[in-house]
Design a binder for this molecule. Structure first.
Ligand SMILES: *[C@@H]1O[C@H](CO)[C@@H](O)[C@H](O)[C@H]1NC(C)=O
Ligand SMILES: *[C@@H]1O[C@H](CO)[C@@H](O)[C@H](O)[C@H]1NC(C)=O
Length: 240
């Protein structure tokens, strides 16, 4: 078949080729091939490296943009999102595996919001059990795509197995700009500032503000305790 294809392409007229490419008959064929492939052996998403640094370009459902410095540090039980809103606030979201998170600013407002979660940070294998949806091209990369409990759609580069993109059911989505495996933020940077430990400060801060949108919707569903963990590292902080 391969050896005859040059002859075939010569003998095929351009209109015929176009017909072949554009005809709806191609659709069922493609679907069928995907189905067969997924029935035999679905690719599984790569586990997250135990330590990495990533720069994420985020766009929420309303079009608000953020750049997030994500420092994932599983062996030390900690995760850090440093969130720069476009022409706006720089917010630090420091998460510990014991369930405590500090969300603060270092500007003159000196805000700090302490939160407690029933689960710790995302596990490296948090994507286990996701449903494979096939391949799609996103941001110019050919990706394998998975969906997990109608909550997140995750795009991973077919060749390098690095994450490229993910989308939450709300529309909040991330484009992975850098992915430095093994990069670790120095210990001193993981200290929450003193104003997170003042009396009553955290309580009043918490009652003044509603929790981040996604967080609220997820924590209301305790039957999906695992999901809270899934959401924690990249939750929507635009309401903070
Ligand atoms: C952000 O998302 C909004 C809404 O989906 C979209 O209209 C806009 O083009 C996006 N902006 C960027 C820079 O991707
Ligand atoms: C969790 O760990 C952090 C960092 O060591 C600490 O500040 C916080 O108080 C701990 N929270 C609990 C509930 O033990």
């Amino acid at each position: 078949m391969t050896s005859t294809s040059p002859t075939m392409s010569v003998s095929m007229s351009l209109p015929f080729l176009l017909l072949l490419l554009l005809t709806p008959l191609n659709l069922p064929l493609t679907t069928m091939m995907t189905a067969v492939e997924s029935a035999s052996d679905d690719p599984a998403p790569a586990a997250w490296p135990h330590q990495f640094h990533s720069v994420l370009f985020m766009n929420n459902s309303k079009g608000a943009l953020q750049v997030v410095d994500l420092w994932y540090d599983w062996p030390n039980g900690r995760n850090f999102n440093i969130i720069q809103s476009q022409l706006g606030k720089l917010t630090y979201d420091l998460e510990w595996d014991n369930g405590t998170s500090y969300i603060y600013t270092l500007d003159s407002d000196r805000e700090c919001n302490t939160m407690h979660f029933p689960v710790g940070i995302l596990r490296p294998d948090w994507l286990d059990g996701a449903n494979y949806l096939g391949q799609r091209r996103v941001d110019g990369f050919l990706c394998n795509v998975w969906e997990k409990v109608d909550f997140i759609w995750y795009y991973e580069d077919v060749l390098t197995k690095r994450p490229v993109h993910w989308v939450f059911y709300t529309g909040y989505n991330a484009h992975v700009m850098t992915f430095e495996v093994g990069a670790v933020l120095e210990d001193a940077k993981w200290d929450a500032p003193a104003h997170c430990f003042g009396e009553e400060k955290t309580d009043s801060a918490q009652s003044r503000r509603s929790p981040p949108l996604l967080l609220e919707s997820v924590t209301s569903d305790y039957s999906h305790g695992r999901l809270i963990r899934d959401e924690r590292s990249i939750r929507n902080l635009d309401s903070f």
